[in-house]
Design a protein around this ligand. Structure first.
Ligand SMILES: Cc1cc2nc3c(=O)[nH]c(=O)nc-3n(C[C@H](O)[C@H](O)[C@H](O)COP(=O)(O)OP(=O)(O)OC[C@H]3O[C@@H](n4cnc5c(N)ncnc54)[C@H](O)[C@@H]3O)c2cc1C
Length: 504
């Protein structure tokens, strides 16, 4: 069936934005429901000289799916899952890119009787993220602390390139030799790729192309912000769900104690995740809870709480889980925390409540930004996504606190502190504050780079952080990334503006 490519009208205005709260423009929109339709859409774009922006769930925070003209390729109708298949001892699912994470989870739950308890560990908090978007961003989330980001759970990919050729990748089958990768397309043709020469930092990182000597081609397309091809299928590797999952929330009265606890827990406990919320984030949630009935089920946090640390324990038995809990309690005491000021959850309903809490904080902040945008439409979300090495945790917090205090800006900080990766959300109320906040953010990007950190640890670079990517890797590396993209997409048609400004 031929694909309908419609001129863009206001009816589709929703599709011009993502969760970064920035808005774009488009000339056409198409909703392909299979790979052939994507190839057709790309050939239409080539014939008409149009840029193409690919969209999944539009939950991205870096404006990667926000179009700057041309054709909007929305993959929400590519929503089928097939499998499971077994490969050795591994259970795999073949998933189209528009499938939402929430539906992958439901599907896996439905397999339980036959395959036992399994899960797909990447958890970007927002379950309406799509598998295509998660793959393009190499999304992570809380459990990445112990299970790794999306890349680690992708066993294979199908890609449509800008010229409509397809590539089928299976982990281990197409590998680079040093920094040269000979990409085999499904029609038998080959594309010689020269990979950039930079070295990635040894921190959690989703900034620019994943590059290393002898790398797997799956890893190049994963986390490429949709700039090298359109993901039309991902082969996901499932993991056994541990028998015991326990959640602990530690309420602390100073941030210093919280940082001490993080260091102690990292050293002494085996945790699946280690998450953080500061006073500012808890206050935004508290303010919203006063009038938003949908948040009624979310726990109240006492006003004197300065920091809330969530630790998740995954264990094979109750005894093992108790052992970790005892160690956690000892760490808490040694850091001056109060073991009585803790939340505890161990059954499915508790875990859902903890997850709902973790989701409610960023949602409340995003809604606050929407409110501010009604007065000042130029304001967008200004949330950092930077990571540093363990040794720099305190230094990076000191840097954030100093900068915020100096400019007197409201903020909310939360995130994946186990990986020294928190989101500092600056909440400007005027364009003047917004401009100052952006300058501060750029200064932080430079200092994090100087510490050997990454400017994006999980959200991807998209359009909003292209400047920071150049700060992190420098102009030569950007030139090499551009050259790599040109080998696969000579006209720069796919997701122009993501990672680096479009050529010309
Ligand atoms: C409340 C909230 C909390 C969040 N927390 C986290 C978190 O903890 N960790 C985290 O990693 N992220 C988090 N995110 C961000 C977001 O959920 C992730 O970035 C997610 O991976 C985006 O998926 P998506 O389907 O919405 O992608 P989109 O926003 O639609 O697109 C993101 C990028 O992927 C590209 N893309 C989409 N589909 C394809 C495809 N099939 N082929 C090629 N390129 C494609 C787009 O062009 C774009 O560049 C959060 C978002 C929200 C709203």
């Amino acid at each position: 069936m031929s694909l309908r490519i419609e001129p863009f009208t206001n009816e589709y205005a929703l599709y011009l934005r993502d969760e970064s709260r920035s808005t774009g423009e488009a000339a056409y929109i198409a909703f392909p429901s299979d790979e052939e339709a994507i190839r057709e859409a790309l050939s239409f774009a080539r014939a008409n000289g149009l840029p193409v922006t690919t969209q999944g769930g539009r939950t991205g925070l870096a404006a990667g799916a926000v179009p700057h003209g041309g054709l909007l390729l929305n993959l929400s109708r590519m929503d089928r899952i097939s499998g499971p298949e077994r490969s050795g001892g591994t259970v795999l699912l073949r998933v189209q890119p528009g499938v939402l994470l929430v539906n992958v989870r439901k599907y896996i739950e439905g397999m339980r009787a036959e395959y036992g308890p399994l899960f797909f560990p990447p958890d970007p908090t927002e379950t309406t993220a799509s598998i295509g978007g998660m793959t393009a961003c190499n999304a992570s989330g809380a459990r990445t602390y112990s299970y790794g980001a999306t890349r680690k759970h992708v066993e294979g990919l199908r890609i449509v390139l800008a010229d409509s050729r397809t590539v089928t990748l299976r982990r281990g089958a197409q590998k680079a030799s040093g920094r040269k990768l000979d990409l085999h397309c499904d029609d038998g043709s080959r594309i010689a790729l020269q990979l950039p020469s930079y070295r990635m930092p040894s921190v959690k990182n989703a900034s620019g192309y994943y590059i290393e000597d002898g790398m797997d081609a799956v890893d190049l397309f994963t986390g490429s912000d949709g700039t090298l091809g359109v993901v039309t299928e991902a082969l996901l590797k499932l993991t056994s769900l541990p028998e015991q999952i326990w959640e602990v929330g530690c309420l602390l009265d100073t941030e210093e104690k919280a940082l001490g606890l993080v260091c102690a827990l990292r050293e002494n406990c085996r945790l699946a995740s280690l998450e953080y919320f500061d006073r500012g984030a808890l206050q935004v949630l508290r303010d919203r809870k006063r009038w938003d009935a949908s948040l009624r089920g979310i726990a109240d946090v006492p006003e004197h709480t300065a920091s809330l640390i969530f630790a998740e324990i995954h264990a094979g038995s109750r005894e093992e889980a108790f052992g970790e809990l005892r160690k956690l309690s000892a760490c808490l005491k040694s850091c001056g925390g109060d073991p009585d000021a803790t939340w505890f959850g161990w059954n499915a309903a508790d875990i859902r409540r903890f997850q709902a809490f973790r989701h409610a904080v960023p949602e409340s902040v995003n809604m606050l930004i929407d409110e501010r945008r009604r007065k000042e439409p130029g304001i967008t979300k200004l949330g950092t996504d930077m990571s540093v090495e363990d040794k720099d945790l305190r230094a990076v917090f000191a840097m954030y606190r100093e900068g915020l205090a100096e400019l007197g800006l409201q903020s909310a900080i939360w995130g994946h502190i186990g990986n020294n990766h928190v989101h500092v959300n600056i909440l400007p109320s005027s364009m003047d504050e917004y401009r100052r906040a952006k300058e501060l953010y750029a200064r932080w990007a430079q200092r994090v780079t100087d510490m050997g950190g990454a400017v994006s640890a999980e959200h991807g670079v998209g359009k909003l952080k292209a400047g920071f990517l150049e700060i992190m890797y420098g102009p030569q590396a950007i030139g090499e990334m551009r050259a790599l993209k040109r080998s696969l997409d000579p006209a720069g048609m796919l997701n122009p503006g993501n990672l680096f400004p479009p050529e010309g």
